[in-house]
Design a protein. Structure first.
Length: 127
């Protein structure tokens, strides 16, 4: 079994993760209050049936995009919370599958990585 990442790297990573979590929470705030699709209408003043359909379609699309964005942000937030937990447990940087060390470059690029590159590649091939 490999050793976890050093304490100094963990301290830097915790600061980075906390900053990213705050940024995600700020981005989630407007998405959680039903504010999508309620901007100025592109067809204001036009009350034809076609304009109503177009406006409804635009609002539906904006809502779908907002919901998808919210889901992605929430998933990222959960992944970052798991990283913090692994750091606290002393297992950050250790592959969940093989117990090998996750290279520091991979952790720098993908802080929430829980598998070494070899295990991650095997998983993506079987998925």
């Amino acid at each position: 079994m490999s050793r976890p990442v050093s304490t100094s790297v963990n301290a830097e990573m915790i600061a980075r993760i906390q900053a990213e979590r705050r940024a995600i929470q700020q981005r989630l705030t407007p998405l959680g209050h039903g504010s999508v699709g309620r901007g100025p209408s592109l067809t204001s003043g036009d009350n034809t049936p076609t304009s109503e359909v177009m406006e409804a379609a635009q609002e539906a699309m904006a809502t779908d995009i907002s919901l998808a964005s919210r889901e992605v942000l929430i998933a990222r937030l959960k992944a970052l919370e798991q990283v913090e937990e692994k750091i606290r447990q002393g297992t950050y940087g250790v592959c969940d599958v093989c117990g090998g060390q996750i290279p520091p470059g991979r952790l720098e690029a993908v802080p929430e990585a829980t598998r070494c590159l070899a295990c991650a590649e095997r998983e993506s091939v079987t998925a």
